[in-house]
Ligand binder design. Structure first.
Ligand code: SF4
Length: 460
């Protein structure tokens, strides 16, 4: 996957901490985090978990846990390279799993509203293997990939013409390229060695493939990065007129390459990241991009993607592959999780040799009760620039957000993180500063139980 993932960032020594909450605590891209999942004993059968669940607007996610290199900032569930035969065996297992999961969904009609291939790097697979991946999605789960938004992540080296042709022909509507920096020395500093010339060539191939939405991921806060070099990367990305640009703050996380190098987070680094965030935000806005969240910017004149009606707060997700999560209303589940390369290899190997009957059960997960559902809804809505519709929240949970989260919302208001004009429009919305502090605000909405489970998780 291009997107840097999440785990608690390194905590600075107390005397280095800036006044107020640190702006970079954790990227909340899914709640609860996988480190709050636990082995489920006994394993619930998927048939029981999905009985009675709405199945008319599911999202489908296929996870490919292979990359050519391990980027220094990455703690995603992915391994470097694959020995001969492993990707084929992985697709065999994915086929078995997809068949078992579709059976577990029962006889009623199932409709997928969105689809995504993530990782890892899905384009680590060859063109022929990508054809097979699409066949598995369509024939086993019944998803109509050409009729729904289909997002695929790629790296510059693997965004080859033959792979892109397959993806375009099979219905990919969005190609997300993990560039991180157009400055070669910064790419090296983030332990992602690549040459700008190769990145530019990959972008040319992607545009030639005519996939409607191009997303470029960039990172700020890299060692040696300055306002000048950051602007250079932003302008290099803008030259391709991408429909979307994601700006990610760099994190240093336990067990990742940068973590092992002993890099540390400190107040000066927080200041650097905040300054680069503001520069990047303003730079893109001045050039016709709308800010959709702290990280996401969309070209104002870009065509609609087709997934505007999909409600990530309420709709279920079918995740296939050994690092994918699945969501029902009552349970989020996945398989075992690790960050360390040896552990990941062992989990992938184990998953790949599983018999079909093993795929009919959920093995690791976390129950979602009413309180967790409210927190998740709040997190997924409030961290968007458009904010949360108060009437929707009340209709779903029977009361307003202030009644459920009086302490948190009063604290956010006192820090100037809430847009005081939003309630008149029926919204709960972050201010500019609130959006800039999304990675501090989000973790404050975690439940005590999830916080405790994450703290107790033995990272491996
Ligand atoms: S390319 Fe692979 S290692 Fe690099 S950030 Fe994406 S998932 Fe992580």
């Amino acid at each position: 996957m291009n997107a840097p993932a999440t785990a608690p960032a390194v905590t600075p020594a107390a005397d280095e901490a800036p006044a107020g909450p640190r702006p970079y605590s954790q990227y909340v891209y899914a709640y609860p985090h996988k480190t709050a999942y636990r082995r489920l004993d006994p394993r619930p059968a998927l048939r029981d978990l999905w009985a009675g669940e709405p199945k008319d607007a599911l999202s489908l996610y296929l996870h490919i846990p292979f990359c050519e290199v391990r980027c220094g900032f990455c703690n995603l569930f992915t391994r470097i390279g694959a020995p001969e035969g492993l990707t084929g065996a992985y697709l065999d297992a994915l086929d078995r799993q997809a068949t078992a999961v579709r059976e577990a969904l029962g006889d009623e009609p199932v409709r997928f509203a969105t689809a995504a291939f993530g990782g890892g790097t899905p384009t680590f697979l060859t063109a022929a293997e990508l054809e097979r991946l699409c066949d598995i999605a369509e024939r086993r789960t019944g998803a109509d990939l050409r009729a729904v938004p289909l997002s695929v992540e790629a790296s510059p080296a693997t965004a080859t013409a033959d792979r892109l042709a397959v993806l375009a022909e099979r219905g990919a509507t969005r190609l997300s390229l993990g560039v991180q920096s157009f400055v070669d020395s910064e790419a090296r500093a983030a332990v992602r060695p690549q040459r700008r010339a190769d990145v530019e060539a990959a972008l040319g191939r992607i545009r030639e493939a005519r996939i409607p939405v191009l997303n470029i991921d960039l990172i700020y806060g890299i060692d040696g990065q300055t306002e000048r070099t950051w602007r250079e990367s932003l302008d290099a990305a803008l030259a391709w007129h991408p429909e979307e640009i994601y700006l990610y703050p760099l994190y240093v996380r336990p067990l990742t390459g940068l973590g092992r190098l002993g890099a540390d987070a400190d107040a000066a680094w927080d200041r650097q990241r905040l300054a680069l965030y503001r520069l990047g935000r303003d730079h893109l806005r001045e050039r016709g991009y709308e800010q959709r969240s702290m990280r996401m910017f969309r070209r104002a004149d870009a065509p609609a993607t087709g997934d505007e009606d999909y409600a990530c707060q309420t709709d279920g997700m079918i995740g296939l592959g050994c690092g994918a999560r699945s969501y029902t209303r009552a349970l989020h589940y996945s398989f075992d999780y690790a960050v360390d390369m040896r552990e990941i290899r062992a989990i992938v190997d184990d998953w790949t040799t599983r018999p079909a009957e093993d795929f009919g059960y959920a093995e690791y997960g976390r129950a979602i009760d009413a309180d967790e559902a409210r927190r998740r809804h709040l997190l997924q809505s409030m961290l968007q620039a458009d904010g949360m519709d108060r009437a929707d929240y009340r209709a779903r949970f029977g009361a307003g957000p202030e009644e459920h989260f009086p302490g948190e919302l009063a604290r956010f208001a006192a820090r100037g993180w809430l847009d005081a004009s939003a309630p008149a429009a029926g919204l709960l919305r972050l201010s500019e500063e609130g959006l800039a502090h999304s990675d501090a605000l989000g973790p404050e909405l975690f439940s005590p139980a999830v916080r405790a489970a994450m703290a107790a998780y033995d990272l491996k």
